[in-house]
Ligand binder design. Structure first.
Ligand code: G3H
Ligand code: 13P
Ligand code: ZN
Length: 359
């Protein structure tokens, strides 16, 4: 068994200057594809489950699938993370199921739609962190609301997120507020708002600094060099995947995601966790479409899912290599939750010393 906490993994990533993709999982095929890629390049893994994934597969299935994957690949440290926890109940039920990390997304209220006040976010995140750390579990918070700087819209595409039009103040994390938030809540990692959004339709053109605000990453990194930042909505929506999806009957209007080179720049400035779901969906869906188109007589699900897994695995492997994750699994010895809890208690993990640097 090699289950690892987010905090230990991201501390290692910071020490050695790499980033870790966090891939969403909902089923066995996705998990196996990610693990195969990780094993091939010796990469530690973050797999994350949304509330939707937990409802789809069921907690018992998800938790046992991850345990099985760990048994199959004992040399690969695996962090099991709750993606976008909307309240304390979601976070703590994940902990009960063996998740070693939770995201308390207090940027929105518990309905996962209404933008929350700073005070609400601070209070709910602090409550989660206090208890999670007693159990050794890591916590990711979020400050600022995910959404497009082009349209001011949130992330309604996936059926969650706000449908309100947001101001740039809401859509961009304030670096000074980030310092105060991290100090008060003691989160292990902070998701920031910088113009990225979930789903395939992030940008209507190749993003520049106007619509993908990398300067926010740099400003926060200057103030809190030890902070692990998280980029959500970080699928690159590669042109070749769009093309393949459309070639076999898909209907995806031209769109742009987050270029890999921007993520690599972010990693130099403290981005340690990079959330990717859409690219994984697209890689699999394009192959399922291809088989359905090329072999209309096929009805064995494995004939659709095996090429889909191979395409996802190739994508994951590329990201492990591009983010520098490859080669690091065997350099990490996972600490138990009890050992992590003792570290939090002794104060050796908190607080992060902020640097008061003017930007
Ligand atoms: O948070 C966004 C991820 O892409 C998960 O999406 O809620 O449809 O599982 P989901
Ligand atoms: P994408 O939709 O860009 O893959 O983002 C996924 C994500 O942020 C999950 O939390
Ligand atoms: Zn997200």
């Amino acid at each position: 068994m090699a289950r690892i906490t987010l905090r230990q993994l991201l501390d290692h990533a910071a020490e050695y200057g790499y980033g870790v993709p966090a891939f969403n999982i909902n089923n066995m095929e996705q998990l196996l594809a990610i693990m195969t890629a990780a094993q091939a390049v010796d990469a530690p893994v973050i797999v994350q489950a949304s509330r939707g994934a937990r409802a789809y597969a069921g907690d018992i299935m998800l938790a046992n699938m991850v345990a099985a994957a760990e048994a199959m690949y004992p040399g690969i440290p695996v962090c099991l993370h709750q993606d976008h926890g909307n309240d304390e109940a979601t976070c703590f039920s994940a902990v009960q199921m063996g998740f070693t990390s939770v995201m308390m997304d207090g940027s929105l209220e518990a309905d996962a739609k209404t933008p929350a006040s700073y005070q609400y976010n601070l209070d709910v995140t602090t409550r989660v962190t206090e208890l999670a750390h007693k159990l050794g579990v890591s916590v990711e918070g979020e400050l600022g609301v995910l959404g497009s700087l082009e349209t001011g819209k949130g992330e309604a595409e996936d059926g969650h997120g706000t449908d309100q039009t947001l101001s740039h103040d809401q859509l961009l994390t304030d670096p000074d507020q980030a310092v105060a938030f991290v100090e008060a809540t003691k989160v292990d990692a902070l998701a920031i708002a910088m113009g990225t959004s979930h789903g395939a339709y992030k940008f209507s053109r190749k993003p520049d600094g106007e619509i993908l605000a990398m300067h926010v990453v740099q400003a926060i990194n200057q103030r809190l060099p030890g902070l692990h930042m998280v980029m959500h909505g970080s699928s690159s929506v590669p042109e070749e995947l769009q093309e393949r999806f459309n070639r076999f009957g898909g209907n995806m209007p031209a769109t742009w995601g987050v270029p890999v080179e921007e993520i690599q720049r972010g990693i130099k400035f403290g981005v340690r966790k990079i959330n990717i779901d859409t690219d994984c969906r697209l890689a699999m869906a394009a192959e399922i479409r291809r088989v359905a188109t090329e072999k209309p007589d096929e009805f064995d699900p494995r004939k659709f899912l095996k090429p889909a897994m191979d395409a996802l695995s190739a994508l994951c492997r590329r990201r492990f290599e591009e983010f520098g994750t490859a080669g690091n699994a065997s350099r990490i010895k996972p600490l138990s939750l009890a050992a992590m809890a003792r570290r939090y208690q002794s104060g050796s993990l908190n607080p992060r010393a902020p640097l008061s640097v003017a930007v």
